[in-house]
Each structure stands twice: as structure tokens, then as C-alpha cells.
Design a protein around this ligand. Structure first.
Ligand SMILES: NC(=O)c1ccc[n+]([C@@H]2O[C@H](COP(=O)([O-])OP(=O)(O)OC[C@H]3O[C@@H](n4cnc5c(N)ncnc54)[C@H](OP(=O)(O)O)[C@@H]3O)[C@@H](O)[C@H]2O)c1
Length: 282
């Protein structure tokens, strides 16, 4: 099986290429500058053929998206439309990665795939527009919604917190009113490979098992990296950022479980695996 992976040099894309290679699948990676997914003519000419096209490329700077709406929508809404259209025309299944940020986070219980979306920031609105555009092309697709990714090949929360802990003994202030399931890209990449072997179609939620606040997650990182560190819980109101975040955007993974027979490991196991890969465990 040959998988064409877009955004192959990004945090998830890099792990996905490796997961394919470990599973004995052929991975053909593309990223900037060689292939720009916002250029439909270039895509028509140069998108490689394969058994799946998997799009891990995106505009992922959530706060910057508030003032760069056009760039965020070009990558997260228009580009998936071009890709899904080309794939539908070629009869190639298309897998796309979306986000918990299409939800407003007010439900208080984990979101099922058919829950009503209501994005509260520009990034989430762009990703939701991308999902709708993919569905409208009429081809075979899987949209994987995931959240709070961390992997060694990109900037992420674990790297930031561990870095700050190593640099200074000053207390760290971390929000305790945003709850999600931090998901290691190594585990997610293996899940995407599993999905590519199935005939299923539609939207599926794929995250680590369990959930926690960013404060809980920071404490778990500190436990493993610098146990005497001081972490202080604060509210999102005290730590204002340009983009609003959903307070509880945990995703229900039961469809993934029913499709594959397995849940992803817990966020704690993902953290251990990440720190081991990074060589950062005590
Ligand atoms: N990170 C998270 O917490 C999170 C949470 C939920 C969902 N997701 C979704 O998961 C997917 C992977 O996220 P990630 O964090 O791994 O992303 P990432 O590290 O930002 O990687 C995205 C990759 O896409 C490339 N890219 C940007 N513009 C492109 C273009 N016009 N044409 C081709 N490639 C382009 C980037 O290249 P440059 O670096 O050169 O720009 C980068 O290599 C995305 O769909 C994201 O929305 C992420």
C-alpha cells in the first residue's frame, strides 16, 4: 500500500512517515517548498498517485489565525477542498486531520462525531469549513478529529513546559480551565495507518484515552522532568490570549474503538513515550 503524505515535515507528518515505514507501507512525503497545497494547478500536475492521500499540512498557529484569517482559510478550508476534489476525480481515498476546536467546549461531556460544531476562534472556523468542503466533493474520505498534539518534530506544550522548567526555578502559571486529551503524535500516527487499512468512511475522533487540564498536564510533565518545580493553576481569564479556547473539548473515541477494536493509549503513556524519545526522562 502506498500512502501520499502532505505536510510530511511537520510534527504529525514526520511521525506518520515513520509509522508507515515501520508497518512496511510505502510513504511518499510532500511538503513546502516542493508542493504547495494552496496551489490547485500545481496539485493537479504534481500530487503523486497512491492508495491514500493523507493531509497533515495545515495552518496551525491558533493565535496568529485571529489576524491572518485569509492565510488560515486558504490552508485549512480551500486546500482541503482542492485535495478532496482531485482525489474524488481520481478515485483515491482522502484522509484529512481536523480538530476539537470546531466545538465550543460548552457541552461538559465528550463530543461524538455528530455533535453540533460551533467554533469560537478563526482557526476552528477554518478547519470546520475544510471539513464541509471535503464532504461536498463526494469522494471517499476519512476526517480524523484529534486534539492537543505533542511530538518531538514540532513545537508543543511538553517541549515548552520542560524547557521552562530546565531554564528556571521560577513558578510556572498554567491554565486549569481548559480540558482535553493531550495526544502523542507517535500514537496518532499508528492510528492513521490502521485507518488506512480499513474500508470505513466518514468522521472519526481519535485522541489519547483519558483527559486532563493543561495544569494537570504541566504537573505530570514536572513530575517526570523536575519534581520539585512549582506549578500554579490560573484561569483562562487571567492568561488572556488572542484566540478563545474551548473549556472542555474532550472527544468521544467510541467510533474509533468500534472501527479498529482498540483505543489509543492514555495521555500519560503518550507523555512517557514522548519523553523517552526525546531522551528527557530523569
Ligand atoms: N498541533 C495540534 O495540537 C493539533 C490539534 C488538533 C488538530 N491538529 C491538526 O493536525 C494536523 C497536523 O498538525 P501539526 O501540528 O503536525 O502541524 P505542523 O507541525 O504545523 O505541520 C504542518 C506542515 O504543513 C506544512 N505546510 C504549511 N503550509 C503548507 C502548504 N501551503 N503546502 C504544503 N505544506 C504546507 C508546514 O510547513 P512549514 O512548517 O514550512 O509551514 C508543516 O510542515 C493539522 O491538520 C492540524 O490542524 C493539530
Amino acid at each position: 500500500m502506498k500512502l501520499v503524505i502532505l505536510g510530511a515535515k511537520g510534527m504529525l507528518g514526520t511521525d506518520l512517515v515513520r509509522a508507515c515505514e515501520r508497518s512496511g507501507l510505502e510513504a511518499v512525503g510532500r511538503d513546502l517548498p516542493e508542493l504547495d497545497i494552496t496551489e490547485p494547478k500545481q496539485l493537479e500536475r504534481e500530487l503523486p498517485s497512491g492508495d491514500w492521500v493523507i493531509n497533515c499540512a495545515a495552518y496551525t498557529r491558533v493565535d496568529d489565525a485571529e489576524r491572518e484569517r485569509d492565510q488560515a482559510f486558504a490552508l485549512n478550508a480551500e486546500a482541503p477542498r482542492y485535495l478532496a476534489g482531485i482525489c474524488a476525480g481520481r478515485g483515491t481515498p482522502f484522509m484529512h486531520i481536523s480538530t476539537d476546536y470546531i466545538f465550543d467546549g460548552s457541552a461538559g461531556t465528550p463530543y461524538r462525531e455528530n455533535a453540533r460544531p460551533n467554533p469560537i476562534n478563526v482557526y476552528g472556523a477554518g478547519k470546520l469549513a475544510g471539513e464541509k468542503a471535503i464532504r461536498a466533493q463526494g469522494g471517499h474520505y476519512i476526517i480524523v478529529r484529534t486534539q492537543s498534539l505533542f511530538g518531538v518534530h514540532g513545537p508543543n506544550f511538553v517541549k515548552t513546559i520542560a524547557g521552562k522548567l530546565r531554564e528556571s526555578d521560577a513558578p510556572l502559571r498554567v491554565v486549569n480551565d481548559q480540558v482535553s486529551a493531550p495526544t502523542w503524535t507517535g500514537h496518532l500516527a499508528e492510528a492513521l495507518v490502521k485507518l488506512a487499512r480499513l474500508k470505513q468512511k466518514g468522521v472519526v475522533h481519535v485522541t489519547a484515552s483519558g483527559f486532563c487540564s493543561w495544569y494537570d498536564f504541566a504537573c505530570a510533565i514536572a513530575d517526570r522532568v523536575k519534581p520539585d518545580a512549582r506549578i500554579e493553576p490560573v484561569s483562562s481569564d487571567e492568561m488572556k490570549r488572542p484566540a478563545a479556547r474551548p473549556p472542555f473539548s474532550v472527544l468521544d473515541n467510541s467510533r474509533f474503538l468500534s472501527w479498529t477494536g482498540e483505543a489509543l493509549p492514555s495521555w500519560e503513556e503518550g507523555l512517557e513515550a514522548y519523553l523517552k524519545e526525546e531522551g528527557a526522562l530523569l
